[in-house]
Every structure is written in structure tokens, then in C-alpha cells.
Design a protein around this ligand. Structure first.
Ligand code: D5M
Ligand code: FE
Ligand code: ZN
Length: 546
């Protein structure tokens, strides 16, 4: 089936307010008169159906008034069974007889199943998509039919009051959590205890970086703070780990080991650092994989409502999702900036195509309807979305959820962890990447290689380490921005650049965007990568860029 006809059918259905399963679109595209078939299918579908299934389409095509010569020749359909007497009791569930093939695929899969017993947050919601709603029925006729399982954790309901005590709490929580990851590696003492140790002793400290300076002779003086006080530490420039010091940011938690200066007894000692440790991801990290052939598309930064939004590219992408080539794509993750927003930066209104933020979400909801109905969608907000700017950003409120309800997406906070058939994906919009790129050396973080900056975040085990810089952070009783569990995949967006790599076996992906270069981006020389869709094969954690 030509891609163009799929795109057109998907768009026509979306214009009428319908999602459709892939199989439904295939059937419609295969009809001799697709336009009439669409009309008929829409008429025949129950009023409350949001997703047009293959069952609806078959029912419509089987109606006597649509004579057989107006339906497709069954031999040119990729669907294995379209015989009129195929069981079809529930019109919303595809009952094609291709299940044998899918079972073979599943049982014969050589992929090692590791499953996932990793802790999802206490507020995790686990759902088996298949079975909980007929509209999300698994396509029995598809080559990769199986059980979609998605868990989302990380949703927050803000409990911060914005008072001083909240800041103490959030930093204590950050310190405790990240220090916990370093404790087994050093024999540390609290800073006040280190201060009273004899000069010349060996000592170790776990602390939050409270100050960093280079000395006149090019060494580094870093001040570490723990819950008892602060202590100065000197990293000599000729040590091999000195190159890591310029990658350090205020408020990140590290451990140092070294020797105290002789004058420590006088109360103004310093620690000469012999080893520097980051919370980091263990090199031995072994990611989980799905136990069947299934893929996820990872995108972000759609910016609906901007004059620069690339509706053409979106339609091609949504159309492609309905093709056989995309049959294994069963999940779509969207890492923020769904809409362009209103008043995000000065004079933004001059570049808006849709000026009302609710209208922007309405339009976005229309675009979601072009995504196959059986694809599970999970999404988090970004800095252009209509939630508070400070991180962690809570999930969209009820009003916005209602607007976006057509596709029944999992809507969660920024950041969140979404686990797809055992593969955990840390989704974070990525505002802190700007700050890392601005502050760290080029070889540690750049717009050309956003995945390098992502690796830094994994190493620091925090998605927005620095407080009081470019990233706005809201205090909560716990620090939701700590990367407590090592994810299998780390997905960010925001910088509108495609970048991907692996860091200690974690797949890092910064998705591109769906917006051409804006006047602002031109003024700062940001040349966006537009309309790339990274597709992750969850059974092998392999990446294909579409
Ligand atoms: O961000 C897209 C990229 O452009 C991201 O790297 C930040 C940068 N950007 C966009 N607008 C601004 C302003 N006003 N100041 C600084 N940097 C900016 P997005 O979140 O999509 O706007
Ligand atoms: Fe963006
Ligand atoms: Zn953004």
C-alpha cells in the first residue's frame, strides 16, 4: 500500500475524530473506494467508539449495500485472514487468524528474557493494556502480537510549600540518596569528624559540591558539604582524575579519598585528593530486554501551535506508524513540549499559529488521533507545556487530560520512569541539558552531541544537578530528580537535536523535534534536527532512526 494513501486515510479518520488500529487502516486503504469505505466505517462504528478497529471496518465493508467489487481483493491484503466467516463476535477486537504466526514468533524468540523486578515507585500504576479495554485490543493478526505491558512511575503531586524548610528537606534527601550509592566505595567520615583528625591522616568525605575554584597554579579547590558542615579539598592538576573536575557542577554529590594536610590539627586543614568517585552507573549494568519483538518510538518537542510546527512531517510519521514496516512499534513515548505554549519567551506570539493554549492542546489531541489506536502512548510535560516550569513538573491537570483523552495516553510527571515489557525508560524533558552544555567543556557536553551531556547526568545520577542556575527547581520533601534506579534507556529532548549513544550499557537518546528553526533559534545559531523518530527494538535495545 502506498504510504501516501495511508497518510490520507489516517488524516481523514482523525479529522472525523477517530483513532484507528493499523489493521483498520490497511483494510480501508485496500478497499476499491477508500473514501466511501471510510464514510461507511465511520457511520457503522458505535457512537462511543474512539478507535476504529478492523472489526468496525469489516462490518462496514460487509454491509450488503457496499457491493463486493467495492472492497479490496483479499489476495493483495497483507492481513492473513479476511474471510467473511472469520469469527467476529466482538466488533472492536480483531479476530484475524494470524495468531499462529505470532505465537511462533514469540515462542521461537532467541532473546533472553530477564523480566523486570526492578522497583517502580510506590505510586506506580501497572496495567496490562490488552484486556483492560477492547479499544486497546492487541492485533491478533499482526506479526508481533503479544501482551503490551506498561508501568509508569514518578508521578508527583506537589507537596512543597516553597518555604525554607522544603529546601533543607530536598537537599538532605538528595544527599542521603546519592551518598547511599557511594558509601560502600569509601570509608568516609562526616566533615566535622574529618576536621578533628590528626594532620597527615588518610580520610574520605562524601559531600555535595558547594564551591569550586581553580588556584593561581592551576590546581582545583573544591569545597564539599555534608549534613555536618563543609571541608576544603585540593585536586592537583597533574592527577589523572583532575580532568573530571571541570565536568563537576554545584550541588552534585561525590566522594573523595585523600590525605589531610599537616596543619589539620590547627583547624584549617585541607584534604589532598587521591581518588574521586561519582555515584555513577556501574560499568557492569546489564539492561533488561523485552521477551518478544516489540519496539517503541521515542519522540519529543512537537510544538503544536507554532508557525514552525511541521504538520507534514507529523502526518508522514503517523502514516508510517500504520504501515507493516512499523508493525512492531507498539509504544510511543513523548518527552515534553507537546505544544508551543503561550508567553514562553518574549514576542513568541508573533510566531504562533494558534494563540490559545487550550486550542493548541485540542490540535495536539487531533494529531494523537492519527497514531494507531493500539499503540500505547506515554507522555510527560516540557517547559513549553501548561504546567509549572519548575522541576519536577507535575503531570498535566484534569482539564488538559480531558482535552488529550482521545488516545488514552499515560500522562505523567517530568521526569518519570516508564517500563515497557521490562525495559525501563527514564523520560526527562531535558532543560538541564542547556545548562550542562553551557558550563561543561565541549567534549563533555555540546549541542552536537546531547547524549554526552546525558551521560554526565547518569554519572551524577541526577537529571538537574545544579540549583540556582538555568534550571528551575521546586523543593519537595523528596528529590524526585535523583536517578535512583539505573534505567535501561534514558530519553530526553528539549535541545531539538538528535543524539544517541550508550553509557555503561544504558541507551541514551535525545529525540529531535517537529518544529523548523525559529527566529530565536536562528539568532543563537541553533540548527535543529527536525522529524527524526528514534525507534528502539525493546528485545535487543537496538536503535533505528526513522
Ligand atoms: O528549547 C529549544 C532549544 O532552544 C533549547 O536548547 C533551549 C533553546 N532556547 C529556546 N528558547 C530560548 C530562550 N528564550 N533562551 C535561551 N534558550 C532558548 P525549547 O524548550 O523548545 O524552546
Ligand atoms: Fe522544545
Ligand atoms: Zn523544551
Amino acid at each position: 500500500m502506498p504510504r501516501e494513501s495511508t497518510v490520507r486515510i489516517v488524516r481523514e479518520l482523525a479529522d472525523r475524530g477517530y483513532n484507528a488500529d493499523r489493521e483498520a487502516v490497511t483494510l480501508l486503504a485496500g478497499a476499491a473506494n477508500p473514501s466511501r469505505a471510510i464514510e461507511r466505517a465511520v457511520e457503522t462504528a458505535p457512537d462511543d467508539a474512539l478507535v476504529l478497529s478492523a472489526g468496525h471496518v469489516r462490518e462496514a465493508l460487509d454491509k450488503p449495500s457496499l457491493s463486493p467489487d467495492q472492497t479490496a481483493d483479499p489476495t493483495d491484503s497483507p492481513q492473513p485472514d479476511r474471510s467473511p466467516d472469520a469469527p467476529n463476535d466482538d466488533p472492536s477486537i480483531s479476530t484475524g487468524n494470524g495468531t499462529a504466526k505470532s505465537q511462533d514468533d514469540g515462542a521461537g524468540s532467541p532473546v533472553e528474557t530477564k523480566g523486570s523486578q526492578r522497583a517502580a515507585g510506590t505510586n506506580a500504576s501497572t496495567e496490562t493494556a490488552a484486556g483492560d479495554s477492547p479499544d486497546r485490543a492487541v492485533r491478533a493478526g499482526s506479526p508481533s502480537a503479544g501482551k503490551q505491558v506498561i508501568e509508569v512511575s514518578g508521578d508527583i503531586s506537589s507537596r512543597g510549600t516553597g518555604e525554607y524548610g522544603d529546601f533543607i528537606d530536598v537537599f538532605r534527601d538528595r544527599y542521603e540518596t546519592l551518598a547511599g550509592k557511594l558509601r560502600g566505595r569509601v570509608n568516609h567520615r562526616p566533615t566535622d569528624a574529618v576536621a578533628s583528625m590528626p594532620g597527615g591522616s588518610d580520610a574520605a568525605i562524601i559531600g555535595m559540591m558547594s564551591d569550586i575554584r581553580s588556584t593561581a597554579s592551576g590546581h582545583w579547590l573544591i569545597e564539599l558539604e555534608d549534613t555536618n558542615g563543609t571541608f576544603p579539598c585540593l585536586v592537583m592538576k597533574d592527577r589523572e582524575f583532575a580532568s573530571a573536575v571541570p565536568t563537576m557542577l554545584h550541588d552534585e554529590v561525590v566522594a573523595v579519598e585523600g590525605t589531610l594536610s599537616d596543619d589539620n590539627d590547627d583547624g584549617d586543614g585541607i584534604l589532598f585528593v587521591d581518588a574521586l568517585h561519582f555515584p555513577d552507573v556501574p560499568r557492569t549494568h546489564s539492561p533488561s530486554t523485552a521477551d518478544r519483538e516489540v519496539s517503541a518510538a521515542l519522540i519529543s518537542d512537537i510544538h503544536v501551535g507554532s508557525q514552525e510546527f511541521r504538520a507534514d512531517a507529523w502526518e508522514r510519521f503517523a502514516g508510517w506508524l500504520h504501515t507493516e514496516e512499523a508493525a512492531e512499534v507498539e509504544y510511543l513515548l513523548i518527552a515534553g513540549d507537546m505544544v508551543e505554549g503561550v508567553g514562553v519567551y518574549p514576542d513568541q506570539d508573533e510566531e504562533l499559529d494558534i494563540v490559545d493554549i487550550y486550542d493548541q492542546y485540542e490540535r495536539f489531541a487531533e494529531l494523537l488521533k492519527q497514531v494507531p489506536g493500539e499503540i500505547e502512548i506515554a507522555m510527560i510535560p516540557g517547559n513549553h507545556d501548561a504546567v509549572r516550569l519548575a522541576e519536577p513538573q507535575p503531570a498535566f491537570d484534569e482539564e488538559l487530560r480531558e482535552i488529550m483523552s482521545a488516545h488514552d495516553a499515560r500522562i505523567s510527571a517530568n521526569p518519570s520512569t516508564v517500563t515497557l515489557e521490562g525495559v525501563s525508560v527514564l523520560m526527562y524533558h531535558g532543560v538541564s541539558l542547556d545548562e550542562l552544555i553551557a558550563e561543561l567543556p565541549e567534549d563533555a557536553a555540546s549541542y552536537e552531541r546531547p547524549h554526552d551531556a546525558m551521560a554526565q547526568l547518569l554519572k551524577k545520577r541526577h537529571v538537574a544537578p545544579q540549583y540556582g542556575g538555568g534550571t528551575r527547581i521546586a523543593p519537595e520533601p523528596e528529590d524526585h530528580l535523583v536517578i535512583e534506579e539505573v534505567p535501561d534507556v534514558f530519553h530526553t529532548g528539549h535541545v531539538h537535536k538528535l543524539g544517541y549513544g550508550t553509557y555503561h550499557n544504558v541507551l541514551t537518546i535525545n529525540s529531535s523535534c517537529w518544529q523548523s528553526q525559529t527566529a530565536f533559534q536562528k539568532s543563537v545559531n541553533l540548527d535543529p534536527d527536525v522529524a527524526y523518530a528514534p525507534i528502539v527494538d525493546l528485545s535487543a535495545l537496538e536503535l533505528t532512526i526513522r
